[in-house]
Write a protein that binds this ligand. Structure first.
Ligand SMILES: Cc1cc2nc3c(=O)[nH]c(=O)nc-3n(C[C@H](O)[C@H](O)[C@H](O)COP(=O)(O)OP(=O)(O)OC[C@H]3O[C@@H](n4cnc5c(N)ncnc54)[C@H](O)[C@@H]3O)c2cc1C
Length: 479
């Protein structure tokens, strides 16, 4: 029985969706064990926020959990109480609250629990601390000494908090002024509404934090700092005319940059936005990444990554308007520069900044400094007990570009020597090194389908005269 059981570790978007696809594709005797350390299954980090102003940064029409049913999420939204949508009934172009998306994923899981026989889907609340390899199985050791034995396991452990910058006096990071995890519940509690705040990072996490501060009536100055001071660009307003599909996508990084610039300027002259050009690249991004020479990938990460991020991962228009208004009013300041030190003097923190292009330091005072610099993907530095244990055993290894763990295109994890695991797999942001864009729902949902199909093909069907691999009758995802 253990040989036909699959543990999915982490029940954020990736782990939950993968479990649903496994139940649909695997033989009837497969047991899927979904394990989550937090109280809520299905939300993960992105969709746990209770703040209704934290909107999805992708329009509802592109957020279906199922690639082959693009309007599934929009149809589900139409069944929800109107009180969730004060600005009117949602449609495919709407940017709805992220907490609503969490409710959607949870509703899919709930529907599956009601349908699937108890023996096929098991939910366990707990943290996996270790994975021990037995001769033919994996032994998962959880907190409180619990043990689960399975045939295969998939890491769906998602994103990790930003890594603190190296500064001369690291004791600052232990002080009351610093908050290392922007998603932790206490990040903004107990803050005087008139006090100055410094946010480290100017990407979408910083945007979330500014929106939270404004929502809780913060009046004091907000400073956001990054090396280049680049802000995520807004989505184009309204539906866009699709550009013509003309040329091949180049794979050398300079050629690709030139190509995208040319396409964007041609699009502009045809009345289409640059956003449409970036979106057209989307289905090919993983191909381009996997075909690009390693040196070019390194150059991309060194020089172009911040530019890619702000054009690719954009702000919903209503959020962009609030950010713009906060800048125009003088409350939000975006700084480009390098932080050289933190000091604590007279009961206030001081952030010492060398602005870009300047040879003189500036000092910004802050009652709170919050790390918003994006997830830490360098697994050699992550203090996650399971990751630490797997690295120490040598059954996984960080990828050379420090984007996640090293995996094959079929999501199998590589061990310290580069051998391919037949039992341990990964899904979601953990696999960024092999796919690059494995952040947003449209990419992860495809990966979940492919991986479920692959794992189903590895799973032995029950001993019956005519085994079937067809989807189970009666299992569908209608709400
Ligand atoms: C703030 C934010 C906003 C986003 N907004 C959007 C958006 O609007 N649109 C979009 O397309 N994408 C968005 N994304 C990107 C994307 O949707 C998420 O990154 C995606 O949800 C990743 O899901 P995940 O399940 O892989 O990771 P996570 O959501 O991080 O979930 C991982 C889960 O694993 C659990 N876990 C970890 N370790 C263990 C363990 N050892 N044992 C048991 N459980 C464990 C964690 O508790 C967590 O619940 C956003 C991402 C973030 C961070």
């Amino acid at each position: 029985m253990t040989s036909t059981s699959i543990a999915v570790i982490g029940a954020g978007f990736s782990g939950t969706l993968l479990s649903l696809h496994l139940l649909r594709r695997c033989p009837d005797n497969t047991r899927v064990v979904l394990i989550e350390r937090n109280s809520q299954f299905g939300r993960g980090q992105a969709y746990s926020t209770g703040n209704p102003s934290h909107l999805l940064n992708v329009p509802a029409g592109r957020m279906s959990a199922f690639h082959d049913r693009p309007m599934h999420f929009v149809e589900w939204l139409r069944t929800q109480p109107p009180s969730e949508f004060p600005s009117g009934p949602p449609n495919a172009q709407s940017f709805v609250p992220r907490r609503v998306y969490g409710a959607y994923i949870r509703s899919l899981l709930g529907a599956e629990i009601r349908r699937a026989p108890r023996r096929t889907l098991e939910l366990i609340r707990g943290e996996v601390l270790q994975i021990e390899r037995q001769s033919v199985t994996l032994r998962l050791v959880l907190d409180r000494g619990r043990v689960v034995e399975v045939g295969r396991a998939v890491l769906a452990i998602g994103n990790f908090p930003p890594e603190p910058m190296k500064v001369a006096d690291p004791s600052f990071y232990d002080s009351i002024f610093y908050r290392p995890d922007p998603w932790a519940a206490e990040t903004l509690t107990g803050l005087d509404a008139a006090s100055p705040v410094v946010l480290i990072g100017t990407g979408l996490t910083m945007v979330d934090m500014v929106i939270s501060l404004l929502d809780q009536g913060h009046r004091g100055p907000i400073h956001a700092v990054s090396r280049r001071g680049l802000l995520p660009r807004p989505h184009a307003a309204g539906p866009q005319m699709l550009p013509e599909e003309t040329h091949e996508f180049p794979i050398r990084v300079n050629d690709l940059l030139r190509f995208l610039r040319q396409e964007a300027s041609a699009a502009k002259s045809r009345g289409t936005s640059w956003q449409a050009i970036v979106d057209e690249l989307r289905p090919f991004t993983q191909d381009v990444w996997q075909t690009m020479p390693l040196d070019d990938r390194k150059r991309f990460l060194r020089h172009l990554r911040p530019w890619w991020e702000v054009h690719r991962h954009r702000m919903p228009c209503p959020v962009a308007q609030r950010i713009e208004a906060a800048r125009a009013s003088g409350q939000l300041h975006i700084h480009a520069g390098r932080i050289s030190a933190y000091e604590i003097r007279d009961s206030i923190a001081r952030v010492i900044l060398r602005p870009k292009g300047s040879n003189r330091d500036e000092t910004i005072e802050a009652a709170r400094v919050i790390a918003c610099s994006g997830p830490n993907a360098d697994y050699s530095r992550i203090s996650h007990p399971l990751v630490r244990s797997l690295l120490a055993q040598g059954v996984v290894r960080p990828d050379p570009l420090r984007l996640g763990l090293d995996v094959t295109p079929n999501c199998a994890l590589l061990n310290r020597e580069g051998a391919i695991s037949r039992r341990l797999f990964a899904v979601g942001p953990v696999t960024k090194s092999a796919f690059w864009e494995m952040t947003a729902v449209p990419d992860i949902r495809r990966q979940c389908e492919f991986l479920a199909q692959h794992l189903a093909s590895l799973t032995k069907p029950p001993p019956q005269p005519e085994p079937t691999h067809e989807p189970k009758p009666g299992v569908n995802y209608a709400i």
